[in-house]
Design a protein around this ligand. Structure first.
Ligand code: SF4
Length: 170
């Protein structure tokens, strides 16, 4: 797939970790349109769609959120930074309105994200879930290198029709 220079420059505005995922998403949309190259507008349209989902009117639609954490890091981290960041609508939660609701927070179950799919299937059937945040301990080079399975995990979650956001509190 060809990219124009301006489209590539626009893509660079996405945070580094999500850039590959954003690129795939844009190329998927462009392919669906039957086009063979990506323009600035294609990238802007995908980014806009994502932001409008995050900012959708909280009074009309209660956005439901699940947070998935690294099982290994949970041995040392109680997850409070993720929760406090959500409560304060900071960092990766700042686009949510007051009505957004945390409906689940669980660890991945160990490499390679053993129980994420099963637990999300349960959530989809029981409480509706819109967005899955992968905790910053999975996505950032902070406490340890980022989760080596994160891209496969993102793909698996997106195949369920859920939106994935990389990161929580930093
Ligand atoms: S799959 Fe990733 S998030 Fe889960 S324990 Fe392994 S490194 Fe941590």
């Amino acid at each position: 797939m060809k990219w124009t220079k301006t489209a590539l420059k626009e893509l660079e505005k996405a945070p580094e970790f999500v850039r590959d995922m954003a690129k795939k998403k844009v190329e998927g949309v462009v392919t669906e349109k039957g086009k063979e190259s990506v323009t600035l507008k294609d990238v802007q349209d995908v980014f806009e769609e994502y932001m409008s989902f995050m900012e959708s009117d909280p009074q009309e639609k209660k956005t439901t959120i699940a947070i998935v954490r690294c099982d290994r890091i949970s041995e040392a981290c109680p997850g409070s930074a993720c929760l406090l960041s959500l409560q304060a609508r900071k960092v990766n939660f700042k686009a949510y309105g007051e009505n957004a609701q945390l409906v689940a927070m669980f660890t991945c179950g160990g490499c390679p994200g053993r129980r994420i799919s099963r637990l999300l299937n349960n959530l989809i059937k029981t409480v509706k879930v819109d967005v899955v945040h992968l905790s910053s301990c999975m996505t950032k080079d902070a406490y340890q290198p980022p989760c080596p399975h994160r891209e496969a995990i993102v793909t698996m979650i997106e195949k369920k029709g859920l939106t994935v956001v990389a990161g929580t509190h930093h």
